[in-house]
Design a protein. Sequence first.
Length: 572
Amino acid sequence: MQNTTFTVADYLLTRLKQLNVTEVFQIPGDYVKHFTQALEHFDGVKAIGCINELDAAYAADAYGRTRGLGAVSLQYGVSTFIALNSIGGAYVERSPVVVISATPGSDARQITKMYDVLYHHSTGNLAADQEVYDQVTVASETLSTSAGAAEKIDNLLIAALTHKRPVFIECYKEVWGEPCPPPSDTILQPIIPQSDPLALENAVSAAWAQIAQARNPLIFAGVEVLRHGLSPLLQELIDASGFLYTTTSLGKTVLDEGGDKFIGTYSDQASIQHVLDLVSAADCFLTLGTIMTDDYLWFIENKYADMVLATTESIRVGYFTYENVTMRDFMEALTTRFKAQGKPYPLEVKAPPQPPYPEPWLSNSDPRWNDQPQVITYNRFFQHAMKFLNDSNMLKDIVWTFGISSAMYVATNAYGLPQNSFLASAAWQIIGYETGAASGAQLGSGKRVWTVAGDGGFMMVCQSLSTLARNKLNAVIFVMSNGVYAIEQVYVNMDAFEPGPEHKFDTFDILPKWDYLALAQAFGAKGYRVTTIDELVKALGDINKLTDVPALVEVVIPEKDLPQQMRRLGLE
């Protein structure tokens, strides 16, 4: 019989529903049963049963990136520890996810105290889950009673919304089912910090002085702008300044790509040549919301003093830092100054035109396949996939997901993608994210997901295909099938990609052979295997007709295909 008492679980679910979280990804368990039972019967929030913890947490991460907040329900210990990898990525890449769990209750704790019993899924430290998650969340709580639960839940959700990062909540086993007053109808809002006026004035004046001295300024935009809803402000700043702009790989699609100010995505040596040239020539970078990873070491080593850097954590102009200044206030103040004073010098520059195909793909192709036009390579795959989407007017209807792979770096060369349509593990850099993220990205965005995975990455979370089929999602998983961990081999020994049997891959980078068509059938998906360009083009047309079933496409590429983007990265 369904419980009619309004509980702590109902309180959290009501708050999530108010915040437009209409799906919660879950792995069941006995400790967390009161929450999962409440979720099963809760009107307006649907439980999305997942196959394993990485599947569930990657999905919640992607949901958070596309919907603004995601949630995942996990079993104590054995589930939370597995999902930690996913939540670590969400933390690094600014994705707000509510991690929901439960822990042994008051009765179990008393028995442990009396008889020294080790409860299942426990390390013996009953606080271990929260202690571990403290490393990858901005707030965490363990509720031992329903008293005060409402306020603590609200504070956690506000923290997730404010910082755009994960939070963790676990209850003693019984607490999720304890009575709790329902929340008000007031929707929770992020806390918007205010800058110190004098510090803001100093930072903007210093930035303006550096901008005024430059002759080749460039805006370098990152993912924090998108996460914090500042994309319209970024566009306003671009319009007011007249500056060209680029983005990081993680920040790709912070705005709709296009227009005469977007030069393309900057992903270090994986970039298109004209992007490399413009970045190299720039003498002032208005760097907004970027997460500077070791993918950008050349940029950091060569352009550090030329940066005006504004993130949610700091404001820096050259070598000077400014405390108590927010990125939002800084961007608004700079925009106001541009509008009031005009550009500090005449600036009428336009980005080179970039069609979505066939360039830049052909210029970055591995030249050894030039006399074999039907061979599918990384670059040719994206050339024809982008052509299909563009010709079919479907770019606006697709969200791409990527883990770290050769394919991701090649895909950063794409041009013309809509805002927030490129989801990638570009900073955490985990293989497998792309496939697990597919269900969350599709449910969160309402758009069809195209996932491009390396075969090694897909093998790690292939069960996610079953989650897609179970929920009748028509996402497409393209597996770039070359039988090796190609991106790993690039950084171990790139000579392995040279022709000839004497150049071999390291044993640890060679993958087992899978029957992807049989796997698709087993999981309830539609399977395809393409070995030529013509077969790929035909498959794209067939896949487009699928409505309630996912597609798994094995894209057979040469083992030794080394796109020029990866060759250049490997030579750094």
